[in-house]
Design a binder for this molecule. Structure first.
Ligand SMILES: Nc1ncnc2c1ncn2[C@@H]1O[C@H](COP(=O)(O)OP(=O)(O)OP(=O)(O)O)[C@@H](O)[C@H]1O
Length: 228
């Protein structure tokens, strides 16, 4: 298993964002993490990225308790803009290269060009869609074993969305696990393998999209409406 949540509860004050959740993520699978606003998706990703601790329970990464060292093997793309405003695209490249040994500069540069950005653009002067492209390019240029992408397609125009999806598919392989949280169910239907449904901090179900389509004929959107 790549990642295992064991009976995880996460409280913020009195608010339980995640409730007694147990979930195993296999190696080599692209997961969609689906659920309504406030259902706990970001909290689940942040715990796996080591950015916030579970209140109760345990997270295992490749069979051992998740620790600080695992950050080197886990790439997380946040929904928040996380670049300093003074940064140009080329500074983001330096920053990533400094922090992450697995960062592939060549690939980052190619992706930047492909997405219509360039090295001299300043993050603070970019539109939110351009910022989303930059975040996706930086995160996907890491050769991490586990990629956690929180709403990577949000606010991104149609063409760039297709580009980011193509990039995700190029980067997927049997040794890596990808988790993609999104509300854009129809956009991810064609490429996510297993859908994780979260409701109100609880795990509702994990469904193989292809098997579901073959056995019941349900699309992912139909399934989502049934589960939520
Ligand atoms: N730092 C925090 N302090 C207090 N409450 C928080 C904090 N972070 C998250 N929450 C609460 O935890 C719950 C789950 O939030 P989370 O961001 O994980 O949901 P989500 O599924 O990612 O939502 P969305 O789809 O809107 O991004 C929400 O009720 C949210 O208000």
């Amino acid at each position: 298993m790549m990642l295992e949540y064991r009976n995880i509860t996460k409280k913020f004050g009195n608010k339980e964002a995640v409730k007694e959740l147990t979930l195993k993520l296999k190696k080599g699978t692209i997961y969609g993490l689906l659920g309504e606003n406030g259902s706990g998706k970001t909290t689940l990703m942040k715990m796996a990225a080591g950015l916030t601790q579970p209140t109760e329970g345990e997270i295992l990464f490749e069979g051992h308790p998740l620790s600080y060292q695992d950050k080197a093997s886990i790439a997380y793309m946040s929904t928040e803009p996380f670049f300093y405003s003074y940064m140009k695209v080329k500074d983001v490249e330096e920053y990533y290269a400094d922090f992450f040994e697995d960062f592939d500069r060549e690939q980052f540069r190619k992706t930047i060009e492909r997405l219509g950005l360039n090295e001299e653009m300043k993050a603070s002067a970019m539109s939110s869609g351009m910022n989303a492209k930059l975040k996706a390019a930086a995160t996907l240029a890491r050769k991490a074993d586990l990629l956690l992408l929180d709403e990577p397609l949000n606010g991104v125009d149609y063409k760039a969305r297709e580009e980011i999806i193509a990039l995700i598919l190029e980067e997927a392989d049997e040794n890596r696990t990808m988790v993609i949280s999104t509300h854009l169910i129809e956009e991810v239907e064609s490429f996510i393998e297993d859908a994780i449904f979260i409701k109100d901090g609880h795990l509702v179900d994990v469904v193989n999209v292809e098997t579901e389509r073959m056995t019941t004929g349900n699309s992912l959107a139909e399934l989502y409406l049934q589960k939520m």
